[in-house]
Design a protein around this ligand. Structure first.
Ligand SMILES: [Zn+2]
Length: 228
């Protein structure tokens, strides 16, 4: 759980570790085992009654409002809901899960933010969807940035680095750059007036979290966001 959000009694959120197995279906040799792992993860968070609604992430900034369970919502990197009984889910391996929580209007968002989604401003897009659909005031929204690849580990080329404000980019070795995606997303949300909390776990440096850069084998961790 993200420090700063763990005492929010209306919010359920969590990130799986590799002890629960991979949460990613795409390269999975045994999809049934993945589905069992997802159910186990949901049970750990105490939401075993509800099936998960999966964001079929495409590294964009589209956001879908979810009023009832769907197995997969294709083509979106953000899901919002105000319904108890809807459990939002997405998978990650270096990209960042971002949780948005509005205790006033009792609604939540789950965002999948890699570099493309961050350039496309997917986190502010989810905030805008919460405002549009549920009347959320950004000043009453609290955000949590979950585990992802950190600014000391995320090496990118100049063509990617150039798309970010210099504040989030440092020179790396061999003409490469180091990009701090967590800081870029934090900045986007804080500029909208949102209070942002960061878990501060680097996937590449944390052996109990899958990292595409450390081991590009398709292993993914999951994030669940729901209302209690
Ligand atoms: Zn790192």
């Amino acid at each position: 759980m993200i420090p700063g959000l763990e005492s929010e009694t209306g919010l359920v959120h969590g990130f799986s570790t590799i002890s629960l197995g991979t949460m990613g279906l795409t390269q999975a040799p045994d999809p049934d085992a993945v589905m069992a792992s997802r159910r186990q993860f949901a049970r750990v968070l105490g939401i075993d009654a509800e099936p998960l609604t999966v964001a079929g992430a495409v590294h964009g900034a589209s956001v879908a409002r979810i009023d009832e369970h769907q197995d997969v919502v294709r083509g979106v990197d953000g899901l919002v809901t105000d319904r108890r009984g809807v459990a939002l889910f997405a998978t990650f391996a270096d990209c960042y899960p971002i949780v948005l929580w509005d205790a006033e209007h009792r609604c939540v968002a789950l965002v999948h933010a890699g570099w493309r989604g961050t350039v496309a401003r997917v986190a502010p897009a989810a905030l805008k969807a919460m405002h549009h659909e549920y009347g959320s005031d950004p000043a009453h929204v609290r955000a949590g940035i979950g585990p992802g690849i950190c600014g000391a580990c995320y090496e990118v080329g100049e063509e990617v680095a150039n798309q970010f404000d210099a504040a989030f980019v440092r020179p790396g070795v061999d003409g490469k750059f180091l990009l701090d995606l967590a800081a870029a997303n934090r900045s986007q949300l804080e500029a909208e007036g949102v209070e942002v909390h960061v878990i501060g776990l680097c996937t590449k440096e944390t052996d109990y979290l899958p990292s595409h850069r450390r081991a590009p084998d398709g292993t993914r961790f999951g994030a669940i966001v729901a209302l209690r």
